[in-house]
Ligand binder design. Sequence first.
Ligand code: SF4
Ligand code: SF4
Length: 384
Amino acid sequence: MSMADSAPVSPPVSPPVSPPAPAALAEAARLMTICNACRYCEGLCAVFPAMELRRDFAAGDLNYLANLCHGCGACLYDCQFAPPHEFAVDVPRSLSAVRAASYRSYAWPAALRPLFDRNGLAVAAIAAASLAAFLLGFVLAHDPAALFDSSGAFYALMPHAAMAGLFGAAGLYALLALIMGYRAFRRDTGAASPAASSGGSLWQAMRDAGRLRYLDGGGAGCHDTGAVPRDRRRLFHHLTFYGFLLCFAATVAGTAYHYLLGWPAPYGLLSLPKLFGIPGGIGLTIGTAGLLHLKLCRTPPLADPARFGMDTAFIAMLGLTGLTGLLLMGFRETPAMGLLLAVHLGFVFALFLTLPYGKFVHGLYRFGALMLYAAERKAGQLEH
Ligand code: SF4
Ligand code: SF4
């Protein structure tokens, strides 16, 4: 059931605070105990059926439930105990706080966990430093005129081996940090159990993640802008996610062309790097613009100022990577090429470095939570 089926409610009022992890966990445990007695929302998403399996809520259970939540807001608008009721049940905000704290606690190495504290600022600073490094590198390796090179020859500005080495090293580091983070998540939540790692659970989680099954508030959509649910967030998320995958496929195809086939760039319009890269870049640009718009006009009861910087920094980084990639493709043989190449590489490098320390990790841990949920459901413990 969604809010569209019931009488309008006045927007719940919750303070935009970011409680420290123990307080966030204590509040989430309080709410889950109330919800477990109520169970009105059990048809909305995976969180409530998973919650009903538990009587007590340890930190690992709450981190699992928080990463299972897609923040659609349906349970806030459906809840008869939402603020200003004295029970002050605000499940989306509470699970959002727990989720953000879980990202920090799983991050590897531990010394870099503070990057989550003021994440928007940290990501912006890393992006600015990366852009400056590439601009400066081009100038120092060549001369200032290199920034206005119109030859269309990328590798004259930065040799292919240097590009592959630098981005390969950053990518491997990000992969290692993400694997270590996921390992911590699995240990904490129980997602490391053999059942949760089975082929059936993996396939079910891939289907649920690929369709964003639980971002629909039980079927009506996401409450981005208020009581009337819409499905725009899922649409923009799909454009972003599949755009990102296509861009990744374009990079893999380009690497294979170069190293396996001996075909250096540039590639024609009908080549795989272009066939993947152009729609990928367009999807990434439109999807992130849409998500950013929804984030900026999110209805106050669901807006989360404490997580705004982290969310918008990651969306902006993805969008700028896609947009500068498209611009580089379009203006390759103009005097803007050198500058655009430095800016695009700067954003891509910063994106690689910040992947394990920003909102990107939500995809990883949500997928792990979906695998555990699929395993519990398969074991016959759940019906949803
Ligand atoms: S969110 Fe509110 S209505 Fe839904 S299960 Fe919890 S207490 Fe009940
Ligand atoms: S996914 Fe939506 S309905 Fe489910 S707990 Fe999160 S905000 Fe509530």
